[in-house]
Design a protein. Structure first.
Length: 87
């Protein structure tokens, strides 16, 4: 998972089914509706709902998942009127 604050995008990469290539999903900040962090005994998953879909990253460390969530929420606070659309 790569969060780019300059381009205002989140890119989620994962191996495809045949293990030869990589599938990438890019989400724009302005379409984010909600962020959900699911913590387990070891690690965490983060689910980001966007207008028209969802992006998920699995098997992150708990610290990384919390950091991504807090960075996105902090970014939203600084973008008066043009930030993320949390409903």
């Amino acid at each position: 998972m790569c969060v780019d604050f300059d381009m205002e995008t989140i890119t989620i990469s994962k191996r495809n089914r045949v293990l030869i290539g990589v599938d990438k999903k890019t989400l724009a900040f302005r379409f984010i509706r909600s962020i959900f962090v699911d913590e387990h005994i070891f690690g965490a998953d983060i689910h980001i709902k966007v207008v028209g879909g969802e992006g998920s990253a699995y098997y992150l460390s708990k610290a990384d998942a919390r950091k991504i969530e807090s960075l996105l929420l902090e970014y939203n606070r600084t973008k008066k009127g043009k930030g993320i659309i949390f409903s």
